[in-house]
Design a protein around this ligand. Structure first.
Ligand code: NAD
Length: 359
């Protein structure tokens, strides 16, 4: 298969971690007979320096025309004082809007080798944690009307939470499709005991369930879900939820897994063209030192293969290679523990490539 990938190296540690992910993709291409063509895209601080704009229109076009986008990270102190609409992060928001991605998907997975890094009790972690949160990204209360008025000398603030059936349906489909690619269990999270928007959410999810008879749908109230994520996270496989609930739950879920450097993410819309990036930022404090953890980016590339290119075996090969390297005790500085062998960013990349095999 031939796929065209837009590559945004970005700022800080971005170029170092993306380099390792590209080497991993090249090895996958060799092993499985694929061709991956890469198009470099400038975004973030480096684009401000070069073009005076965090995401020039022609750069966005390259992303929209690609089969998917792989992003390192953007931002840094150097650009903190540029005007608001020219900040590196604006490039990211414009990219998401321009690509029309309305779902953000974040896995929460405990690597058994890093179980000690989890703040949860060992008996909970030992049951295994491996689920994904599918979060609606461009609707709900964050995008509703926000007003602050004053009545009789008292201020009043209102934020509107609204969802249409079609907005719920499109994110619901991503939830069901994601569950289909995993263990076929989907938990829809809402607050239908209180909110009309949640009652509509629940009814749309149940209507959709009829189209996905192979996926088992369950419902959970968001307050219960927040408790269950720390009490019994092994029960979850795929969670689908609205924007604000997903924002909060996905941060909670990433905390229980330990290291920020290990977590990938994907953002998807109506087409298979997705945006894949680690959840961390550009880590300017360690940029250029060859000590960053490239695994979050490498696993983001694996998600691209699984969810956009329909290459599950290739994605499994990457995840198995990461696991094999961790089994042998190799760690970057951020996940280092006693008795392990510390390696840098490029060495970690090389080790993962050395463990890649076609099964
Ligand atoms: P950060 O995630 O960049 O760093 C937080 C801490 O985690 C730092 O100590 C850093 O060294 C460490 N860290 C992060 N990724 C790591 C990795 N792969 N390996 C080892 N250690 C790692 O968050 P921050 O310091 O708050 O933000 C730095 C810059 O990144 C800011 O300009 C911010 O706006 C930007 N940012 C960008 C994105 C993005 O591009 N999607 C996301 C968040 C923050």
């Amino acid at each position: 298969m031939t796929k065209n990938i837009a590559v945004i190296r970005g700022d800080g540690i971005g170029p170092e971690i993306v380099e390792q992910a590209l080497k991993v993709l090249n090895k996958i291409a060799d092993l499985y007979g694929h061709t991956f063509n890469y198009t470099d895209v400038d975004m973030g601080g480096c684009a401000i320096d070069k073009w005076g704009n965090p995401l020039p229109e022609e750069m966005l076009e390259k992303c929209v025309e690609s089969d998917s986008v792989l992003l390192g990270a953007v931002g840094g102190e150097k650009w903190n004082n540029v005007p608001g609409d020219m900040r590196p992060e604006k490039g990211l928001l414009r990219l998401r809007a321009g690509m029309g991605v309305y779902s953000n998907n974040r896995p929460a997975k405990i690597w058994k080798q890093l179980a000690d890094a989890s703040p949860l009790k060992k008996e909970i972690v030992d049951k295994g944690i491996d689920f994904i949160i599918v979060r609606e990204l461009i609707g709900g209360i964050y995008f509703g009307e926000h007003t602050t008025t004053e009545e009789s000398g008292e201020k009043k603030a209102v934020d509107v939470l609204s969802y249409t059936e079609s907005e719920i349906e499109r994110i619901g489909r991503i939830g069901f499709e994601t569950a289909r690619k995993r263990s076929k269990r989907l938990c829809s999270v809402e607050k239908s005991n209180v909110l009309d928007s949640s009652r509509l959410w629940k009814s749309v999810m149940h209507r959709l369930a009829e189209e996905y008879p192979d996926v088992e749908l369950s419902d959970m109230l968001v307050d219960n879900c927040a408790m269950q994520i720390v009490k019994n996270p092994s029960q979850f496989d795929v969670i689908v939820t609205e924007n604000m609930f997903g924002d909060i739950l996905s941060d909670e879920a990433s905390m229980i897994t330990g290291s920020i450097g290990m977590i990938p993410s994907s953002s998807l819309g109506a087409t298979s063209c997705g945006l894949y990036e680690p959840i961390h930022g550009s880590a300017p404090d360690i940029a250029g030192m060859d000590i960053a953890n490239p695994i979050g980016t490498i696993l983001s590339a694996a998600m691209m293969l699984r969810y956009s290119f329909d290459m599950p075996k290739e994605a499994d090969a990457i995840e198995n290679a990461v696991s094999a390297v961790l089994d042998e005790g190799f760690r970057t500085a951020d996940i280092m523990s006693d008795g392990c062998k510390k390696v840098g960013c490029s060495e970690m990349g090389k080790l993962i490539i050395s463990k890649l095999e076609r099964k």
